[in-house]
Design a protein around this ligand. Structure first.
Ligand code: KE4
Length: 442
């Protein structure tokens, strides 16, 4: 069967039956909203297993995976070393609620890779990491306001759920019900890449802003790279105003290099959050920074944060097995080369199909925006033709290519995608884009 033929040939009977049952016991049939495919239409996937760069649904359909569990699976699915480490630890105990040497080992791997993180605290999700980092910043500065950027997403803690990206952007939720107005008012949203807006926020809230939290490369409004000078400007403004800079690297941590993307972007945060890749596909996230800040966290200081399964040995083993593989020479160069092949190829296919679109790309991250204008912030991203993105998503999925089920997410190339995978993707894109180009604008 050619790469361009619709591949989801098998009637997805079993997937549909499972999803019907899922909808009876899981809210919307999912455990995270974006998995419901609300903005792209079609039936949500039911995945049975993954291997390398491929997923297999409940009906045995094979899919080439560019979601990679939202970036976590940089080494692909069922990575042998990670699976072996998890299997071994399972027989030694999965959680003790007491410190193990494994936590020290993973923390040491991270702090060696990111020296400006002197101390770390493991948690079980990116949300916990960012929520805790903001609480710490408020505790250290004794200030209440925070600045975040429209379209950035830092997890689902109350302070982040206004003008947020990812699932909220996907569902068009600008302000989330259930967040007390008094708390929401303490979050100041400004446009990404707009330093003047940040200056204005500080001028209007002198001495009141505890921190600025930022994705160093925005990936939850689709991929939007930082403008030249934006991040260094944030560093200068926060330092000048006595606020902390929190850089949220839940996606970018170990994504573009074996460590922090901040080294590539010329900044050093006061606090950095990590997740996804550092757990090797098992729940691990972390926040960390210089001891002068981290030592305010309990039990050393009064800023409280805790977690039953934080640093559990099963997760630590997975994270250690993952990070030890990211030191392989050329691993990142090869990923970037492959990502470039994909992006340049897609740009050529879009041009051949006569479709106006932008592809924002950096490292192994990219997003197609169906708009003729550059996408530099959330307002630009929302101008994209999301119906056309949804159509492209469905056409590609029918040909066995699983892209992000939302315009406001990123496409991830992993270390196990191959040149043949990219060529297969480009062949499917050619046919999909030609099918779309003949639509009346959808
Ligand atoms: P979690 O709580 O979902 O582990 O992490 C929250 C988070 C924090 N910071 C950044 C930059 C993030 O991207 C995320 C979570 N990412 C989304 C996808 N863009 C998770 C996918 C989902 O919500 O299902």
């Amino acid at each position: 069967m050619s790469a361009t033929e619709p591949r989801l040939k098998r009637e997805r009977k079993r997937s549909r039956e499972i999803f019907d049952r899922a909808e009876k016991v899981l809210v919307g049939g999912v455990n995270s909203p974006v998995r419901a495919f609300g903005s792209v239409g079609g039936e949500p996937l039911i995945i049975e297993r993954g291997s390398g760069a491929h997923l297999y649904d409940a009906d045995g359909n094979e899919l080439l995976d560019y979601v990679c569990s939202w970036g976590a699976m940089i080494l692909g699915h069922a990575n042998h070393a990670i699976s072996a480490a998890i299997a071994d630890q399972a027989h030694r105990g999965t959680s003790f609620g007491v410190t193990t040497e494994l936590e020290v080992e993973l923390a040491t791997l991270i702090t060696r890779a990111i020296p400006f993180i002197e101390k770390i605290r493991f948690v079980s999700s990116g949300t916990e990491a960012t929520m805790s980092a903001v609480r710490l910043a408020r505790g250290v500065t004794k200030r209440d306001f925070i600045v975040k950027f429209e379209g950035c997403y830092h997890g689902h803690a109350d302070s982040f759920l206004s003008q947020a990206g990812s699932g909220l952007a996907t569902l068009g939720i600008a302000e989330c019900p259930g967040v007390p107005q008094a708390l929401a008012a303490l979050t100041l949203n400004v446009p990404y890449n707009d330093l003047q807006a940040v200056e204005r926020a500080f001028a209007q809230h002198k001495g009141q802003i505890a921190a600025v939290i930022v994705e160093p490369i925005a990936a939850n409004m689709g991929v939007v790279p930082p403008a030249t000078g934006f991040l260094s400007g944030l560093r200068e403004i926060t330092r000048r105003n006595g606020a902390l800079l929190i850089v949220d690297e839940v996606i970018t941590g170990f994504r573009l290099r074996n460590g922090s993307v901040q080294d590539l972007l010329g900044i050093e945060a006061d606090l950095t959050t990590l997740g996804k890749i550092i757990g090797g596909g098992v729940p691990v996230a972390a926040y960390g920074g210089r001891s002068e800040f981290m030592n305010h966290v309990a039990p050393l200081g009064p800023v409280y944060q805790a977690g039953t399964l934080a640093g559990n040995p099963l997760a630590m083993r997975a994270g250690i097995a993952a990070l030890k593989q990211l030191t392989r020479p050329d691993l990142y160069d090869e990923m970037v080369q492959l990502a470039r092949r994909l992006v340049f190829g897609l740009r050529a296919e879009l041009q051949d199909a006569g479709i106006d679109a932008q592809i924002n790309a950096i490292g192994s991250l990219s997003t197609i925006f169906f708009t003729p204008e550059p996408v530099r912030n959330y307002t630009d991203a929302k101008r994209s033709d999301t119906k056309r993105y949804a159509r492209f998503f469905r056409e590609m999925l029918d040909r066995g290519i699983f892209l992000a089920p939302s315009q406001f997410e990123a496409t991830f190339v992993s270390a196990v995608h191959s040149a043949a995978d990219v060529d297969r993707t480009l062949a499917a894109a050619r046919v999909s884009l030609q099918a779309i180009a003949s639509d009346s604008g959808v």
